[in-house]
Design a protein around this ligand. Structure first.
Ligand code: ZN
Length: 375
């Protein structure tokens, strides 16, 4: 049974990796094509409709995103809907998938237009130092998003209710004691409306800080297992991981926009753009950020895996229950068809969490040498 599911996980994961690589390649080709040929044409056509620079930017971003979305729809449909159904991981209806995709498209479009409009205000007014201002805007934007996403964005996709099971509530309450997380801030979200996969997460900042736990997890895991997942999420809270990830985002944002400035000033004339604040050069900015993001991906993932390991260790010590941790990992791998033992290169590029085999190995090392860690 286990071997069969391991084989299934391998097949499922392989398709996921291939889809991700194809997705990156398609986006890269699109940006290259736009940067070299298409962008100027689109800008010219829009400039026939309006000369207002704000409207021109908004329309350009609209067209730019629609074309990219149309090109990548087959990939997102296959990866997000067909594949999940083939592997019996999803119970989402087609219309509900379409509705979610439309919502995602609209939300990201509004945010992107807002950010790009602000970025071009600085590009127009400070052609040499715009990237410093834009990095500062980026930092504020990331903090505001981290703060507001749990109350503004998540509810558009999932319903969350405070945990009602008395036994679970009391169990989590005792774990949370002294950590600053209030049990009122632990929510059950209805993941099961779309997926059979289980998941949990820490989200929000300050007053919106909360632990979100899927009903797919709460309804089918033992109390000890639920506690071990919850303790892992508590670890993220106790060690300020959301702030640490925001700090990493700040550094990469700084590097990214500085690099964009260098690239833009070098290629503007060669590629036939008017100046640095020419919206037609927008694909060059995306391309630069995309390539840098890809290069930094292994470092970012390694950092994230390190944080996850810290939380695994915290969970085991806090609950003093490595057995429950291991059975949770086993269940999660089975339920989510996770590849327990990915290739090292795959781990570098795609794994923000350590592979299940390593998480279990770590827990086994703790077996017998777990210290009482209740305070
Ligand atoms: Zn985690």
């Amino acid at each position: 049974m286990k071997e069969q599911s391991a084989e299934l996980s391998k097949k499922y994961s392989l398709q996921k990796y291939i889809l991700a690589i194809v997705g990156i390649t398609v986006a890269l080709i699109y940006l290259l094509f736009m940067g070299l040929f298409g962008s100027n044409i689109i800008k010219y056509l829009i400039s026939l409709i309006t000369t207002n620079q704000y409207l021109l930017i908004a329309l350009y971003i609209l067209v730019f995103t629609i074309i990219l979305d149309v090109i990548t729809i087959p990939l997102s449909f296959y990866g997000g809907f067909v594949l999940e159904h083939i592997f019996k991981l999803s119970n989402q209806k087609f219309l509900s998938w379409v509705k979610d995709e439309l919502k995602k498209f609209l939300i990201s479009l509004v945010l992107l237009v807002l950010l790009v409009e602000i970025m071009y205000i600085f590009l127009r007014n400070f052609p040499n130092s715009w990237w410093i201002f834009v990095t500062i805007v980026w930092i504020f934007f990331s903090i505001i998003m981290a703060k507001l996403a749990p109350v503004l964005i998540f509810p558009l996709f999932y319903k969350s209710v405070p945990i009602d099971n008395k036994e679970v509530k009391e169990g989590l309450d005792s774990l949370a004691e002294g950590t600053g997380i209030n049990i009122q801030g632990v929510y059950k979200i209805n993941l099961s409306k779309d997926t059979k996969k289980a998941n949990a997460a820490l989200a929000g900042l300050g007053s919106t800080r909360r632990v979100l736990m899927g009903d797919t997890l709460l309804d089918s895991y033992s109390l000890a297992e639920i506690k071990s997942v919850f303790a892992h999420e508590l670890g993220h809270h106790v060690y300020h991981h959301i702030w640490k990830m925001l700090a990493v985002g700040t550094i990469t944002g700084f590097l990214g926009f500085a690099l964009c400035h260098c690239v833009l000033s070098k290629v503007i004339a060669t590629l036939g753009y008017q100046n640095v604040h020419d919206i037609a050069a927008f694909p060059i900015i995306c391309l630069t950020l995309g390539v840098l993001g890809f290069i930094l991906l292994p470092i970012q993932n390694a950092f994230s895996r390190r944080l996850e390991r810290t939380c695994d260790r915290y969970a085991i010590e806090k609950t003093n229950d490595p057995e429950a941790f291991i059975s949770t990992m086993d269940k999660l791998a089975e339920q989510n068809l996770a590849d327990r033992n990915p290739n090292r290169l795959v781990e570098l590029f795609f794994y923000s969490h350590p592979p299940i085999s390593k998480r279990i190995e770590m827990a086994k090392e703790h077996w017998g040498q777990v210290l009482q860690y209740n305070r």
